[in-house]
Ligand binder design. Structure first.
Ligand code: HQG
Length: 179
């Protein structure tokens, strides 16, 4: 079983294209496991996939991307679908990080961090996570330091993704500095 490929496909379905898989998604991004399995079974690649495989995929993945709960599955973050997924508002830690490409810095300094094609800006709990997020965009990523608690006290909303990923609607540039 190629769990990495499976995780990619499920992320695609749950974050970007539930309609391609005929999934009915609730306001927190959950879809019935049954629906997802039914849809995956229509392809030869995943025709034998079981709930146990999905649990094992989640268990073995280094990144906590998905969650199974009460017969439903959801992605913790990353959504780009038009229906905004509700996330739990939470007081953030003092500092969060954001790894990005050098070529985006000028625009981020001018406009702040914006969600771009996703529903939320994604922030990292630690520098290592920010490094690996940033490396997806640039071999020498920039690590930005977010003065998150100050921003939260000033009324910027933060949301919990998983233990490594925090979300925000936007982060104005006055709370951002370069490492
Ligand atoms: C940049 C992956 C110009 C932003 C990762 C980022 C993460 C701006 C890019 C999760 C900007 C968007 C999300 C502005 C933000 N001007 N560029 N004003 N504001 N940007 O991929 O945060 O592996 O949508 O810096 O690990 O890189 O899929 O977001 O570089 O957790 O589970 O616009 O996706 O998780 O890129 O990554 P993305 P991201 P998975």
């Amino acid at each position: 079983m190629n769990f990495s490929e499976l995780s990619k496909e499920i992320s695609y379905a749950l974050r970007h294209a539930p309609w391609e898989y005929e999934l009915e998604m609730d306001e927190n991004g959950y879809v019935p496991l049954e629906q997802l399995l039914f849809s995956l079974h229509l392809t030869s690649k995943w025709e034998n996939i079981t709930e146990k495989d999905l649990l094992e995929m989640i268990e073995k993945s280094e990144k906590k991307r998905h969650e199974i709960y009460d017969g439903k599955i959801r992605a913790f973050y990353g959504h780009s679908i038009p229906m905004k997924i509700g996330k739990e508002e939470k007081m953030p830690p003092h500092i969060l990080y954001h790894g990005t490409a050098r070529r985006f810095i000028d625009s981020i300094v001018t406009n702040g961090l914006l969600p771009q094609s996703r529903q939320y800006v994604h922030l990292s709990q630690d520098i290592e996570t920010a490094e690996s997020v940033g490396k997806r965009h640039d071999i020498k990523p920039c690590i930005l330091i977010i003065n998150s608690l100050k921003a939260w006290k000033d009324g910027i909303k933060f949301y919990y993704g998983n233990e490594k990923v925090w979300l925000a609607d936007i982060v104005p540039s006055k709370y951002i500095s370069e490492r």
